[in-house]
Ligand binder design. Structure first.
Ligand code: FES
Length: 682
């Protein structure tokens, strides 16, 4: 008679095994993805499986009730203390007695797929560089003198098939006490990067350690630094936090920081120091919020633009400020967190930085490619990652182009009179009635519109404090649709546009959105300066996209993906009214959230993704905006709202854009200002 047939789902892998084979052993021999940290000792409970019984016509087997051995003492004890879900078994304890169908639930799979629950769902296959292993190490023997570390290596080889392990000195120092305290049992965190030939001992805990290990995915932007504390077992984000990049005090955009470094001896080192400190305190903050120890953070992945990249690493960015914009290195980098002076993470934590594409197109653009995958798209997709420096990718399966465009910080709420970070109290949505010209808005922290009953009570704790990036985009677009701003970006006077909310401010006008002064709050207006800042930013964005379209030889794209720290919150319609993006049917514009941050998370959770992005960046062709004369032409034409020459036919079919012109009398110095703006980027 044949040995029993064991069929695993969902993989469908199957094989015959002698009676008495543990399910975990069968899974391993078939290459089924079934987790285990304790190596089958009945301690970790990671190997849980769900056997099914009865007729399985699909598989051609009948599973008898006694197809597995009965619940044993180890399982009973685990069930009593921790509770096993109905029908679950420990794969290392349950042994095969007859034909059986066994399901491996997602939480027992090492390489499980994690589906993100934001704007665009996608899957991350868990394949992190760092794993926990439980091992039993032989005790020392005077007659066979070997070191504890050599016996640990031998145990890892025998019990986990791991060949070579190295240990940094600080970890080695903790080895002997840990082994003795754990009774010669120890849980180790081992790291093996995609290019490493051997494992590296990151940390160790006496006995079986029930804790978890984490990684930080960090999107290091020019204006903000965002970090996601991610569980390396299942990819879930335990906490996210962001801070302003403290380098802002040395210059708001990248080039002003490069000039600061050029003009001030030691300026680069100063910027390096402050950004590392900010990252370190962000790590500490996330660990405290998540109630985990700093040593449990064992990996960090950074994505950043080339200037941030160099300043983080302590490399003078001077070469990035002048043609031919040479990077110190464009390759991905792996090194110890200690080399960045980070203390609020494990002392042996490993850092990975994605590769850069070119001098102005950095690891953040690579991360966007990893997240949005234009290189796999059938149709022509434009991916725009909106930030102080926009990363723009255009392509499909055959070719991908990339550039970066200096939009400035206006889209992040900086340089805006009432601008602020996206935080409770900030206006994030706004509508202006085209007839009455009255605004209604929503603030972060409340689902109610400002003209709905209960709004005042709901926002009482925060008040209305300012306008965030997505709010200012909507405000300017709504002002254009309501006829308060003309196509040149000039705000009309109260008489011209017909509302007393338009107030004179010197030679220009401002639109009052909210007056909180009676309650001691701010008066929140959109000023002419705000409109100019948004025009500069959106012109740079559009010009970058248009340059890539020229290079590709196209006048239209099939679809647009809007990404960025607040990408998920940008309204596609308002982005198009402003002319931030090329004209395309509205249902072909999607929001992708923080694509660079997502790319960082993918690289954190998967070594295979690191290999993939290294391959992909070599195929991306970069276009340099800084030395391209057509960029200037596109920039100037894009200054109008939505655009001076492009017809924007899709947009005009869905959004009325009144043909107003405020040049005469009410507008002041618009023409002169605009010319200056147009030259401002050279
Ligand atoms: S493998 Fe750890 S309990 Fe089964």
């Amino acid at each position: 008679m044949n040995d029993p047939l064991v069929i695993f789902t969902p993989s469908g892998k199957r094989g015959h095994f002698p009676t008495g084979t543990p399910v975990l052993t069968a899974a391993r021999q078939l290459g089924v993805d079934l987790d285990s940290v304790c190596g089958g000792r009945g301690i970790c409970s990671k190997c849980q499986v769900q056997p099914s019984f009865g007729e399985f016509a699909k598989h051609g087997v009948t599973v008898a009730d006694d197809a597995l051995t009965a619940f044993n003492a180890v399982e009973e004890r685990y069930d009593r203390i921790r509770g096993l879900k109905q029908g679950r078994r420990l794969g290392c304890q349950a042994c095969v007695l007859g034909d059986v169908v066994i399901d491996v639930p997602p939480e027992s799979q090492v390489h499980r797929q994690v589906v993100r629950k934001d704007a665009t769902e996608r899957e991350i296959v868990m394949d992190p560089a760092t794993h926990l292993y439980f091992v039993e190490v032989a005790e020392p023997d005077m007659h066979e003198p070997t070191g504890d570390f050599e016996r640990l290596q031998a145990a890892l080889h025998a019990q986990w098939g791991i060949d070579r392990v190295t240990a940094p000195l600080p970890v080695l120092r903790r080895l002997q006490p840990a082994l003795r305290k754990g009774g010669w049992q120890v849980t180790v965190a081992l790291h093996k990067g995609h290019r490493d030939e051997h494992h590296r001992l990151i940390d160790l805990w006496p006995g079986f350690w029930e804790g978890r290990i984490y990684g930080l995915a960090i999107d290091l932007g020019s204006t903000t630094i965002a970090a996601h504390l991610t569980d390396l077992r299942n990819g879930t984000v335990k906490g996210s936090a962001g801070v302003m990049n403290p380098q802002i005090r040395f210059g708001e955009d990248l080039m002003s920081r490069v000039s600061y470094a050029m003009m001030n001896p030691g300026g680069d080192a100063e910027m390096t120091r402050v950004v590392r400190e900010a990252v370190d305190s962000l790590a500490g903050e996330l660990a405290a919020e998540g109630q985990i120890a700093a040593r449990e953070i064992v990996e960090i992945v950074f994505v950043c633009n080339p200037v941030m990249h160099h300043l983080l690493l302590g490399i003078d960015p001077v070469e990035l400020g002048q043609a031919p914009f040479a990077l110190a290195t464009s390759e991905s980098l792996s090194f110890d967190a200690g080399e960045l002076g980070l203390h609020q993470v494990n002392t042996a934590a490993r850092v990975f930085i994605l590769p850069c594409i070119a001098g102005h197109v950095g690891a953040d653009a690579a991360a966007v490619a990893l997240s949005e995958k234009p290189q796999e798209s059938e149709d022509l997709v434009l991916v725009v990652d909106v930030g102080t420096n926009a990363e723009i990718l255009l392509g499909n399966k055959t070719r991908v182009l990339a550039c970066s465009s200096p939009t400035g910080p206006a889209f992040e709420g900086a340089q805006i009179s009432a601008g602020q970070r996206a935080a409770p109290g900030a206006i994030e949505r706004i509508e202006i009635d085209p007839v009455t010209k009255e605004p209604r808005f929503r603030v972060i922290g409340s689902a109610l519109w400002s003209d709905e009953p209960g709004f005042a009570a709901e926002i009482a704790a925060t008040g209305v404090t300012g306008i965030c990036g997505s709010g200012i985009i909507e405000a300017v677009a709504e002002m254009r649709m309501a006829g308060l701003v003309d196509s040149r970006g000039l705000i009309g006077s109260a008489e011209q546009a017909g509302t007393l909310r338009l107030e004179p401010t010197g030679r220009t006008h401002a639109y009052l959105v909210h007056d909180g002064s009676a309650e001691g709050g701010p008066r929140i207006s959109v000023t002419q300066g705000d409109i100019r800042a948004i025009q500069l930013a959106k012109s740079a964005l559009y010009a970058g996209a248009r340059l890539l379209m020229d290079e590709m030889g196209v006048d239209t794209v099939d679809r647009v993906t809007l990404a960025g720290a607040f990408g998920a919150h940008i309204s596609p319609k308002h982005a198009m009214v402003l002319g931030m993006i090329p004209d395309v049917a509205l249902d072909r514009v999607t929001s992708a959230g923080n694509a660079a941050g997502t790319g960082a998370r993918i690289a954190l959770c998967s070594v295979a993704a690191r290999t993939e992005i290294e391959r992909v960046v070599k195929q991306i062709h970069k276009v340099e905006t800084a030395i391209e004369p057509r960029f200037q032409e596109h920039f100037v034409a894009a200054n109008a709202i939505p655009h001076a020459t492009a017809p924007f036919t899709h947009l005009r079919a869905i959004a009325p854009l009144p043909d107003v012109n405020f040049n005469a009398g009410g507008g002041g110095d618009g023409g002169r200002r605009r010319r200056r703006d147009g030259q401002g980027l050279t």
